[in-house]
Write a protein that binds this ligand. Structure first.
Ligand code: HSE
Length: 370
């Protein structure tokens, strides 16, 4: 059995990963070792009813070198510090990473096996040892539209995203909830007072959002009762890095040399852990909606097509319906009045599951069986 070292298993993505591994009984297939950047020597998680007694030091290269596989959800700065040291020390093991640091390197593969299993298998035969999860909107888009990509039907995509607080990190989810609580608290009495005017309520809430004591330790500006139309750094041309990733990571996953053009606007909203995306797709040939529906539906077992009706849409195509599941609903499919080859589609996905932990868990399983 392979020794697998886990780093960053306590964070949001890491916890979801462990949870999925428990559910799928993955731990019986490996010898797990748990590392910590700050608590080595302390107790680790309970695996198959047995507590992992002593956390190992995540900065100890000799201990890390004993691993056949390292899976890290610790973040980019850990990868920056440790990865090259390990390789310089002749470690030949497999590195699986949630962070973006190594994604675009020539000797790494971005993993999303329902989309690029063949590329992954080829890279394993070629001796590639570094496997990185993709940006969450990219994974969720590819899981949703995988059929259109594999049928080579896409000319370009313009996307608007509606991204959850969890994509920014655990502290941001907590801060969003504090912001929501602060807004509720300021008007809680008015809400049960039938004679209180809604204008007064909105005034109080608006004033609270702008107050100096509104919870804003992590988000640069309020999110609750608002939105933030910028995610990650400026690439220097007015495009955010999150928007840049849409095209470049997608093409790398598909093994294309920037064949498909994808661009749009990425927006943070007050969803907790589901990212939603609205697509304007330019197809490269005329094709009926019925056909598109079949192509999307038949691509993978997680995608499910939502008919473009009010009831189906609002009950099945929302973060509240999808959160905590591996479902990838796709709906709002219609031909746009712009022209025959222009269609819209909308999808929602849990950014911690298919958007982060699940592709890594599946990659680990591929490696276990080598
Ligand atoms: N960059 C994403 C976000 C998170 O900020 O929502 C995961 O890839």
């Amino acid at each position: 059995m392979k020794s697998v070292g886990f780093i960053g298993w306590r964070g949001m993505v890491g916890s979801v990963l462990l949870d999925r591994m428990h559910k799928e009984n993955d731990f019986v297939k490996i010898i797990p070792h748990f590392f910590s950047t700050s608590q080595s020597g302390k107790h680790g998680p309970i695996i198959n009813n047995v507590p992992f007694k002593k956390l190992k030091d995540a900065y100890n290269i000799n201990l890390l070198k004993e691993m056949d596989i390292i899976l890290t959800c610790q973040g980019g700065s850990y990868t920056n510090t440790i990865y090259s040291k390990l390789r310089e020390n002749h470690w030949k093991g497999y590195w699986i990473d949630a962070a973006s640091t190594l994604r675009m390197k020539d000797d790494s593969i971005i993993v999303l096996d329902p989309i690029n299993l063949k590329n992954i298998e080829k890279s394993l035969n070629d001796g590639i040892k570094t496997f990185v999860g993709s940006n969450c909107t990219v994974s969720l888009m590819l899981m949703a539209l995988g059929g259109l990509f594999s049928s080579n039907l896409i000319d370009w995509i313009s996307v608007s995203t509606y991204q959850a607080a969890s994509g920014a990190g655990a502290q941001y989810v907590i801060e969003l909830l504090k912001q929501m609580g602060a807004l509720y608290n300021i008007v809680s009495e008015d809400l049960s007072n039938q004679s209180c005017s809604i204008l007064n309520i909105t005034k109080k809430v608006t004033k609270k959002i702008q107050d100096d004591d509104f919870p804003l330790k992590y988000f640069p500006v309020p999110l609750a009762g608002s939105l933030i139309p910028w995610i990650d750094i400026n690439m220097g041309n007015g495009q955010s890095r999150e928007e840049w990733k849409g095209q470049f990571e997608t093409n790398k996953i598909l093994g294309y040399k920037n064949k498909v053009v994808i661009d749009g606007t990425c927006v943070r909203i007050s969803s907790i852990r589901c990212h939603s995306q609205s697509f304007l797709i330019k197809l490269n040939k005329n094709i009926s909606l019925k056909n598109i529906e079949e192509i999307i539906t038949n691509h993978n077992k997680w995608v499910n097509f939502i008919p473009n009706t009010i009831d189906e849409t609002i009950s099945k195509l929302t973060p509240s319906a999808v959160t905590g599941t591996l479902k990838i609903p796709v709906g709002r499919l219609r031909q746009l009045s712009i022209g025959n080859r222009y269609v819209s589609a909308f999808t929602v996905g849990d950014q911690l599951l298919w958007g982060a932990a699940e592709p890594l868990r599946r990659m680990l399983n591929l490696l276990i069986n080598i």
